[in-house]
Design a binder for this molecule. Structure first.
Ligand code: MG
Length: 203
């Protein structure tokens, strides 16, 4: 399986990063070894002094597809979850300055904690899903899919022009504003609407 992550997909986050607004979706990959499940702790890596949280809704692909038309894209995912796109911001900054790929800043072990998934039908309109991240019980990020620059169906259509999507593949759909550092002993809790789906410690 593969993990596809969309960058710069919420305008206020694009602005907080001082990045240009994309004309087409931007994406990168994480390997399976980045996943943390079952609320296991995230261990801060020794190669970065600035690990940032990015809470994101995650689509789970439910059937094989290539060159999927936007109007059919909704048939290709049936569950939505929440995850953290952990980012070594200090390293990513260097990658950007030097025009290098982002993988060492984004794809390291543990860089993709995943919470429980919920059936898409239970969430109603996918263009109005609320989600948030709390650190030590304080809300630090709060997003709603109405603010997506590229909605889910467009993401699936775009990505599937380049990659065949397979059952079980994951798409991280971008983070809203409010990204920031995590430190040892922080507790991160992520919610879709008011349902707690991910709850883990930073070690
Ligand atoms: Mg992200």
């Amino acid at each position: 399986m593969k993990i596809i992550c969309i960058g710069r997909n919420y305008l206020k986050h694009v602005r907080e990063m001082d990045s240009p607004v994309p004309q087409e979706p931007i994406f990168f990959l994480k390997p399976e070894s980045a996943i943390i499940k079952k609320n296991k702790p995230f261990f801060l890596p020794d190669f970065s002094k600035e690990i940032h949280h990015e809470v994101e809704l995650v689509l789970q692909i439910s059937r094989l597809g290539k060159n999927i038309a936007p109007e059919f894209a909704h048939r290709y995912y049936d569950e939505i979850g929440v995850g953290i796109d952990f980012t070594a911001r200090d390293i990513q900054r260097k990658c950007k300055e030097n025009g290098l790929p982002w993988e060492i800043a984004k794809a390291f072990d543990g860089a993709a904690p995943l919470g429980k998934f919920v059936k898409k039908e239970t969430l109603g309109n996918v263009a109005n899903i609320d989600f948030k991240l709390e650190i030590n019980d304080r809300t630090v990020q709060h997003g709603n899919t109405r603010d997506l620059i590229f909605p889910f169906d467009e993401l699936i259509a775009y990505v599937s022009r380049f990659f065949t999507l397979k059952t079980g593949d994951l798409i991280f759909t971008g983070t809203p504003e409010g990204v920031g550092p995590v430190k040892r002993n922080d507790e991160l809790k992520a919610y879709i609407n008011d349902e707690l789906l991910l709850d883990f410690m930073v070690k």
